[in-house]
Design a protein around this ligand. Structure first.
Ligand code: FES
Length: 154
């Protein structure tokens, strides 16, 4: 169940959007922020709340990489491997991260500290290679810089 505060936000959003289907993205985002990830039960709950078919919710959650249907680690590292980052060494960054964290792309460490993902261009091509952790961008990466960033995260 959403918190009272989130339910109020949803009621406010309903006044701004023409249909409840148009609320799917922000409400799923709210769900992920409250629950940490969007489980099957949460998808059914959101579908019922917005009177939108469950299949539509499932399609949205599985299409957009920013939604997580499984629990993710405390630090979610999203490494861009698109063209600019690839040309500036993202493969070496990925290899270094996999070695340092003991996980491969798409995996979460057993202690739930790290999740490592590969993503498409994040609009930071001029400072490639880069990754994001949460909403923070880390740019012009080198393996040394990656080590420093990881050492500062608890
Ligand atoms: S290609 Fe990596 S940020 Fe654009």
């Amino acid at each position: 169940m959403f918190t009272e505060e989130n339910l109020k936000k949803i009621e406010e959003l309903k006044k701004k959007y023409p249909t409840t289907q148009a609320l799917v993205l922000p409400v799923l985002w709210m769900a992920q922020e409250q629950f940490g990830h969007i489980s099957n039960d949460t998808m059914k709950y959101v579908a019922q709340l917005l009177n939108v078919p469950y299949g539509h919710i499932l399609g949205v959650v599985t299409f957009y990489t920013m939604y997580h249907s499984k629990p993710i680690g405390k630090h979610h590292i999203e490494v861009c491997t698109n063209v600019s980052c690839m040309l500036r060494g993202s493969a070496k960054i990925v290899e270094h991260l996999e070695h340092r964290l003991g996980v491969e792309i798409g995996q979460t460490s057993p202690d739930m500290k790290w999740t490592l993902s590969e993503v498409e261009c994040m609009g930071s091509c001029g400072t490639a290679p880069m990754f994001a952790i949460g909403e923070e961008y880390y740019e012009n990466l080198s393996t040394e810089k990656v080590d420093k960033i990881l050492s500062e995260l608890t």
